[in-house]
Write a protein that binds this ligand. Structure first.
Ligand code: SAH
Length: 276
């Protein structure tokens, strides 16, 4: 933990404010939980969890990982749910700040990496504005786990000189992306939160000039026991996506030709089921 330069802090951990001793202030740890497999948690994330007084977590974080926190630690799920109250981002921000100001060690546990489509930046800003100490522990983002389990490198000499992570989700339907640059060949595009907008995204990429025959891969639940991979092409992406659900990445690029095969029958069966 970073050393405080506060001269009013005493050796016993108490901070003297206005002459009145108070409990040492807590801190917020923005921790990446990785893509799901607990073995993909970093040692630093594990240590932060083991010191937590309270764990504020997303829906994507598994019980196996949450169980690494001390038994007495309070667990608060701020997952988006249809049936129960959903926390707005500013409620989450205020909750983190309030717990830390109460002297608690707060772990904000997020799927993948906190700074990749995780709104970790907003939580960090809220802590800074409130003068609350905040530390960030990176995590393995879903794209890295998906490439690894499919055996498909996101960059590859000769066929993928760059990789771009984009969001497929926008408040009002399709995202506003730089389609021309995404359509360049020898470039891997990883689309987070893009399952429902896959047909529109594929159409945009092709309209901007990306070949419909470009290899594409959909990975659902990367690194989890229920992982599912579907290898297709940019032209087939929309249809393949329509048969799938769950947290998924769409990956488009020449290097996806290296992705492990074997899901063709599975997707055919799924498509039959979806149209039956
Ligand atoms: N911070 C996270 C991303 C949060 S946005 C990270 O770094 O991975 C949520 C989206 O991430 C999901 O809609 C999905 O597109 C993707 N995602 C998260 N975990 C995933 C997983 N295990 N497999 C596939 N996609 C995943």
């Amino acid at each position: 933990m970073a050393q405080s330069r506060d001269r009013s802090k005493r050796a016993d951990g108490l901070v003297v404010l206005g002459g009145k001793p108070r409990v040492r202030p807590g801190a917020v740890w923005l921790v990446g939980a990785g893509p799901g497999d607990p073995e993909l948690l970093t040692i630093k994330a594990l240590k932060a969890l083991q010191r937590a007084d309270v764990v504020v977590h997303d829906g994507l974080v598994s019980d196996e990982i949450l169980d690494l926190a001390p038994e007495g630690a309070r667990r608060i799920s701020v997952a988006k749910r249809k049936s129960r109250h959903t926390y707005a981002q500013d409620e989450i921000n205020r909750m983190l700040v309030a717990f830390a100001q109460d002297g608690l060690n707060v772990v904000r546990l997020k799927g993948g990496d906190p700074f990749i489509f995780g709104r970790g930046g907003e939580e960090l800003e809220a802590c800074r504005e409130a003068g609350v100490e905040c530390h960030v522990v990176p995590g393995v983002t879903a794209a890295l786990a998906a490439g690894a389990s499919a055996g498909a490198p996101l960059t590859h000499r000769g066929s993928a000189q760059a990789v771009t992570f984009v969001t497929g989700h926008a408040a009002h339907g399709e995202p506003d992306l730089d389609w021309e640059s995404l359509a360049r060949s020898n470039h891997t595009v990883v689309i987070y939160m893009g399952l429902s907008t896959a047909p529109a995204i594929a159409a945009r990429l092709m309209a901007a000039g990306r070949d419909g025959a470009t290899p594409a891969l959909i990975v659902v639940n990367a690194s989890r026991a229920d992982e599912r991979r579907v290898k297709t092409t940019l032209g087939g992406l929309g249809e393949a996506a329509s048969a799938l659900s769950g947290p998924a990445l769409l990956i488009v690029g020449e290097a996806m030709a290296l992705a492990a095969e074997g899901e063709a029958e599975a997707v055919e069966a799924l498509l039959k089921g979806a149209t039956a």
